[in-house]
Ligand binder design. Structure first.
Ligand code: NDP
Length: 511
């Protein structure tokens, strides 16, 4: 039987649902009270309640400021109901008579029982649910074809994501079926599933489930209500929302989901920024999903900056010179990319003084150093590249009309004088207190010094520079300016550049 959506009940927007897990009556009461009307729905996880008194449950339902879903989940679907199936069905019969707005029934509950519940309580909307705690099955459509044999208002499919690609797959599956008129809540569980919970609202997810607070989480990867509402501003998103994000591995330490969503809000943009953990072998497939899901812009971090060049529809100047990009834009299924790392570093330095005609010593010849050297060259600086592997220093110096040496040559270079010193090696994270790329006793007094390691506190390199009364530029400033340039690339002339800059300055004060 083909299940058609009851058109009188179809709504286009997603509902945010807070999970009430108790377990005691007092705790459940408190959770209902604290949720208030911040969410659109509450789900009573009755299988997790330590009480099953029907009157107490009725009172709790009546105390809720928003409609309620009842769920009495069996163990094979990840629930905690301890009785046998007959006892569970008897309890469901008693509970559904309380007429919650929705009742969640698993797709594999007895057909006779399911049909009885569906027909007897036509004013209770049935959510037909499927769970897979191991994986996200390859053929989601086949699973959906099977479960939609059961009549329901909403179909819920919750599967375990073993990679971000699983989340992308479930989002694409949901989008395709929502377009056909079905109401679906398709969610990936687990650490890699968080993006599906955030982006679901853009791709038509009927219900986004959230614990009230992280300690009340009932499934891995759930994001608490406050995070969904206050960080990702979920209530404002619809299918028109622009999706932006960061790709790389790891991405968990990046503060960009915090800063960028704050900037998007300040700029009154209907857009959301999420972090996608993508490993090198996954990049190609991810970009195909990104095209299909109409993702507009991506920041790219390690280890994908070089590989991302292969995904470009056309080679950009940066991709040829620097051989790495950190920003992608997807338009009409074509991918273009630039590298804003160099602009970020130079804009941060030029807060102090223009670099034209100045001598800049760059330590390192990796990705960051290349981007900086090319931008410094464009802005008219004289460049000296010093690197552990001297061949790489030579190659970069030749391309950017500079001179080169090894890190051990720093004392000689310093004796000739320089204006700006940049640590663009990956040596000297804050946690590695003792490590420096050069002998710092040869650092010149009072110069401008940048350490690219993203930090708003002293790295060992900047600590030494401070002792030499140098003017310090933190790697976080570079990070901020490169992000500003990414926004300029994604939004072009549609937003005032000064407003973008001001919004980023505010957002970076919070990290
Ligand atoms: P790469 O791996 O491309 O380059 C690393 C560089 O560090 C190379 O020059 C390498 O020398 C040198 N290096 C590594 N280990 C040592 C060592 N033990 N002694 C001396 N030199 C060493 O990395 P990236 O250029 O992409 O990144 C470098 C740093 O820049 C990272 O910390 C990254 O977080 C930061 N970064 C910051 C940004 C920001 O916005 N603030 C933006 C982009 C990057 P060799 O060639 O000999 O191997």
């Amino acid at each position: 039987m083909e299940t058609l959506v009851n058109s009188s009940r179809v709504i286009n927007t997603s509902m945010i649902c807070v999970i009430i897990s108790g377990p005691s009556l007092n705790e459940a009461r408190e959770q209902v009270y604290r949720s208030g009307s911040r969410a659109d729905l509450l789900e009573f996880r009755l299988d997790q309640f330590s009480f099953c008194n029907i009157e107490a449950i009725a009172h709790l339902k009546n105390a809720s400021a928003v409609p309620v879903i009842f769920t009495l989940r069996k163990r094979s679907h990840g629930g905690e109901y301890a009785g046998d199936e007959q006892q569970r069905m008897d309890q469901i019969r008693r509970l559904i008579a309380l007429k919650p707005a929705y009742f969640d029934l698993e797709y594999d509950v007895s057909k006779t029982f399911y049909d009885e519940m569906y027909k007897l309580y036509s004013d209770v909307e049935i959510i037909c649910s499927f769970h897979d705690f191991e994986q996200t099955p390859k053929d989601l459509q086949a699973i959906f074809e099977a479960i939609k044999q059961r009549p329901a208002s909403i179909y819920k499919i919750a599967t375990m994501a073993n990679s971000t690609l699983d989340s992308m797959r479930i989002l694409k599956f949901m989008l395709e079926n929502v377009k056909k008129g079905f109401r679906i809540s398709a969610i990936c569980m687990g650490e890699y599933g968080s993006v599906s919970r955030i982006l679901g609202v853009v791709f038509g997810n009927s219900i986004v489930y959230a614990p009230l607070t992280s300690d009340l989480s009932t499934a891995p990867g759930q994001l608490p209500l406050d995070e969904l509402l206050n960080r990702y501003h979920l209530k404002k998103h619809t299918k028109e929302t622009i999706v932006l994000g960061l790709i790389g591995d790891p991405v968990n330490k990046s503060p960009s989901h915090q800063t960028h969503n704050q900037v998007l809000k300040a700029l009154k943009l209907k857009a959301v920024y999420v972090k996608f953990n993508i490993q090198q072998p996954e990049l190609h497939e991810f970009l195909e999903f990104a095209k299909k899901l109409n993702i507009k812009g991506l920041s790219v971090t390690m280890p994908l900056k070089e590989l991302a060049v292969c995904g470009l529809s056309e080679k950009s100047e940066d991709s040829v010179n620097i051989e790495a990009i950190n920003t992608l834009i997807i338009e009409n299924r074509k991918i273009n990319g630039i590298n804003t790392d160099g602009i970020g570093a130079l804009d941060a330095l030029e807060e102090h003084e223009k670099v034209n005609g100045k001598t800049i010593v760059i330590l390192g010849a990796g990705g960051a150093a290349k981007a900086i050297a090319w931008e410094a060259h464009k802005r008219g600086a004289n460049i000296v590249i010093l690197n552990r592997t001297i061949e790489k220093a030579e190659e970069l110096a030749k391309a950017t009309e500079g001179s080169f040496g090894s890190l051990l040559d720093f004392p000689v270079i310093a004796s000739k004088g320089y204006d700006i010193l940049i640590n663009a090696t990956s040596v000297g994270l804050v946690s590695e207190k003792s490590r420096l790329p050069i002998d710092s006793s040869f650092m010149l007094e009072g110069k401008i010094v940048l350490d690219v390691i993203p930090s708003s506190t002293d790295t060992p390199f900047l600590y030494e520079a401070k002792n030499k009364n140098c003017r310090i530029v933190f790697g976080n400033k570079m990070l901020m300016y490169q992000a500003i340039e990414q926004f300029n690339f994604w939004f072009g002339d549609t937003i005032n550049k000064l407003q973008i800059k001001e919004a980023f300055f505010e957002a970076f004060k919070t990290i």
